[in-house]
Write a protein that binds this ligand. Structure first.
Ligand code: GMT
Length: 381
């Protein structure tokens, strides 16, 4: 197949999932055309099978804001024609599904270009549910030829918010080869010089991720007399608050903020427990990648996380903001190596038995084939 994929290139899990999906499809003989405003961060290599088409924005004094949605639609239609795309697969509804539908409509006199939308989370729970965006988000979803969601939770949330449930759940996935424990001793030494237990947090540091809670958890673990360090991977608006809180609590020296990193697996491989205290998480890709690297996960009991992390088996779940319980759970794990290693092994088994690439990628391919065969929702669009 000749597949067009659109993602947000620099920010968030949906871009990672779309990029990794493209690479996996190419590895299975399909040709993937990424259509985005910049080269997606996880797309390190282009080839005959993995191509990139940049959406160029025209600036004109009349435009107070550049019309990205229109520029994207134009590029999608152009690439669909020149590269003879079979379908467009967009990740994150706003505005990508609207652009794709515009592209499809503009090509209608010539051909039908199916549009598949994958819902990732905040496009539904935050953005789409805002009254001002709700009607247009609903339009994008309903008008898509096929819709997938990355968890059962998100399918249910979409049904409740948009009264739409023709959605196929295809969960996120992890590559068992790329994501396995492969500790780099010099990295471990730099993050935990006295071989202290190491907590890790990975996110885009938006308020919804509550990275400050990680600092609160570390403070409580240290209060228990457990010499622990914390590595904070990623960057975003909450980083300053997290650093400030660490300074206020006098524990800044026990933390390392490393910013955005190209190889998350390196940091997971040298860490002992992942902290994911998010306010909302429709799946929790960070949890899945950590589990594949044998890390137990301490997370909030929200959204799709309970589908990924089994409380007491592969990690511990708590109410949002319950940093006392999260610290108690972390303390238990960090002071019992055997217990932690066993839980870590179970976490990898659980991750791979349900979410490894060779289980999930064929589900996308089957879904594409079904849509191309005219089996999508309201397939006459
Ligand atoms: O919220 C983010 O971190 C970004 C957002 C996105 O769409 O880029 O992430 C969502 O998609 C990820 C990949 O499918 C999921 O693992 C995250 O749980 C989800 N984030 C939220 O629901 C808050």
């Amino acid at each position: 197949m000749n597949i067009g994929i659109t993602v947000y290139p620099t920010y968030g899990g949906s871009g990672i999932v779309g990029s990794e999906l493209g690479k996996e499809l190419a590895a299975r003989g399909h040709t993937v055309h990424f259509i985005a405003s910049a080269l997606p961060t996880r797309l390190t290599e282009l080839s005959e099978r993995v191509r990139f088409h940049e959406v160029e924005m025209m600036s004109y004094p009349l435009f107070e804001h550049q019309p990205y949605t229109l520029a994207l639609a134009t590029k999608m239609a152009d690439v669909a024609q020149t590269e003879n795309l079979d379908l467009l697969h967009v990740h994150y509804a706003i505005p990508h599904s609207i652009s794709a539908i515009l592209a499809r409509e503009s090509l209608k006199p010539k051909r039908h270009l199916p549009v598949i939308t994958t819902l990732h989370g905040t496009d539904i729970t935050l953005v789409g549910a805002d009254r001002s965006y709700l009607p247009i988000t609903r339009y994008g979803i309903v008008q898509s030829d096929g819709v997938t969601a990355i968890s059962n939770y998100l399918k249910e949330a979409t049904r409740e918010i948009f009264q739409f449930d023709d959605i196929t759940v295809i969960p996120n996935f992890v590559c068992e080869h790329d994501y396995q424990r492969q500790p780099d001793e010099s990295l471990r030494q730099s993050l935990a010089p006295a071989n202290e237990p190491l907590l890790v947090h990975v996110s885009n540091f938006r308020p919804v991720k509550r990275p400050v809670d990680c600092i609160e958890i570390l403070a409580r673990v240290l209060q228990k007399g457990i010499k622990t360090r914390l590595v904070m991977v990623g960057d975003g608006s909450e980083r300053t608050n997290a650093e400030h809180r660490a300074r206020c609590l006098g524990i800044f020296d026990s933390c390392t903020f490393v910013g955005k990193q190209p190889r998350i697996v390196d940091y997971l491989s040298v860490s002992d427990v992942l902290l994911l205290p998010s306010e909302q998480e429709s799946f929790g890709l960070a949890a899945l990648e950590a589990m594949a690297c044998e890390l137990p996960v301490i997370a909030s009991r929200v959204g799709g996380i309970p589908e990924v992390v089994t409380d007491g088996e592969t990690g511990y779940l708590s109410e949002v903001g319950d940093v006392e319980k999260m610290a108690n759970d972390a303390g238990r794990l960090l002071t019992d190596d055997k217990f932690r290693h066993e839980m870590g092994k179970r976490a990898r088994e659980s991750a791979l038995s349900r979410y490894r690439t060779d289980l999930i990628i064929p589900q996308y391919i089957n879904f594409y084939e079904k849509i191309l065969a005219g089996g999508g929702a309201e397939n006459s669009k």
